[in-house]
Design a protein around this ligand. Structure first.
Ligand SMILES: CC(C)(COP(=O)(O)OP(=O)(O)OC[C@H]1O[C@@H](n2cnc3c(N)ncnc32)[C@H](O)[C@@H]1OP(=O)(O)O)[C@@H](O)C(=O)NCCC(=O)NCCS
Length: 344
């Protein structure tokens, strides 16, 4: 039998309890992580029949996301003392992303989740995001209902793809013709501090050409600042042709033993499959150098060329979710854009 204190609605003396939403404080972080992992652990157990030993395979979401966006992170607290739910959000320029959102099982279906997401919505409004997105479970009627209620419409599938690392030659670019300068990769962390701002501005121009207002600067800076991984730049001569933000295991979003690509883009003005393949292989080499046995590349199926190229590169689908979106109605996604953007 469950202890009375675990039951939402009343405290141990049978008095009505009150759940309030407030911003996350530093001292809440460990508890928030516990609540998120507990709620997802219960969900996976219900939907897959087994509870994973590590809920996200060792990936972590709470601490660095709060550091990146402290005003966009909320908890639901019962009677000012017990954290029962949390919602985190991030802004990539004018694109607002929700997640993770979690409510302890005993407190679910009492509109705590909606209150948390509404708090995130206010944060998005304050920050004038033009597009808001979330990735959720397409086979869960509850999740589809919940996000529909909050104005989110299902779009296409978001796949998590991965491949075991092995050393393989980088495909020569330009169909064998000698290029003016070779393609090279450099890590953002290796740049002089004074050069980083100019690179961020260059990458912003690139992402803006993919989706108006999209800006990964904060994500790149937090990955660099906390050494969660790095950002690899694909360059030819003085030109940056593409980049990828990746996490490595520890306190990042990379599950144990894997290198996880959070975002990758090839400049739409230079969108050649060879550039994409070169960057993918360079990342695989980085993973090998770090002793990591797998590379995870998430892909949104509207970026069909990117998906097809990953399949051709030997990537397999590990799981699928659905992207839901609100706000800007125009279809900005160009199937030929070579982009990997994980909204989770
Ligand atoms: C998803 C989650 C955050 C929602 O939190 P919650 O507090 O239960 O959500 P709410 O009570 O605000 O809203 C749920 C709504 O779904 C409805 N619902 C519940 N089961 C349903 C079902 N099978 N079919 C349709 N609707 C359903 C509820 O009635 C409620 O709607 P209502 O307010 O109109 O009655 C919570 O279930 C959770 O933590 N799940 C595990 C982690 C997770 O999946 N996170 C989200 C990933 S995108």
């Amino acid at each position: 039998m469950r202890a009375l204190v675990d039951r939402a609605g009343t405290d141990s003396h049978g008095r009505l309890s009150k759940v309030q939403i407030r911003r996350i404080k530093k001292g809440d972080l460990a508890k928030v992580r516990e609540v998120v992992e507990h709620a997802f652990g219960d969900f996976f157990e219900r939907h897959m029949g087994t509870r994973p030993r590590q809920v996200f395979g060792g990936a972590q979401y709470v601490h660095h996301r709060w550091l990146m966006e402290p005003w966009g992170c909320f908890v639901a607290e019962e009677d000012g003392s017990k954290i029962v739910g949390a919602a985190l959000a991030a802004t990539w320029g004018t694109v607002g992303l929700v997640g993770p959102v979690a409510v302890l099982t005993n407190y679910q279906n009492q509109s705590v989740g909606q209150q948390l997401i509404r708090a995130v919505d206010e944060f998005f409004a304050e920050n004038r995001t033009a597009l808001q997105g979330v990735v959720t479970y397409p086979t869960s009627p509850k999740h589809l209902y919940l996000y529909h209620r909050l104005g989110y419409k299902p779009k296409s599938l978001q796949l998590v793809m991965s491949r075991a690392t092995e050393r393989r030659p980088i495909v020569p670019s330009d169909n064998g013709k000698a290029p003016k300068a070779p393609l090279v990769t450099r890590r953002y962390s290796s740049l002089e501090e004074a050069k980083k701002k100019a690179i961020l501005a260059r990458l912003h121009r690139m992402t803006n050409a993919i989706c108006r207002g999209l800006d990964l600067s904060k994500e790149i800076e937090i990955v660099d600042g906390l050494a969660l991984g790095d950002t690899v730049l694909l360059e030819r001569g003085r030109d940056v042709l593409g980049f990828a933000v990746y996490h490595t295991p520890g306190v990042s979003e990379a599950p144990q033993g894997t290198l996880y690509v959070k975002f990758l883009a090839i400049d739409p003005a230079q969108k050649r499959v060879e550039h994409f393949q070169h960057l993918v292989r360079a990342i695989e080499d980085l993973a090998l150098d770090l002793g990591l046995s797998r590379v995870i590349m998430p892909v949104y199926l509207r970026y069909w060329q990117a998906y097809s190229t990953l399949v051709a590169c030997g990537y397999q689908v590990d799981s699928s979710m659905v992207r839901m979106q609100r706000g800007r109605q125009e279809d900005y996604e160009d199937p030929m854009h070579l982009v990997l953007d994980d909204w989770r």
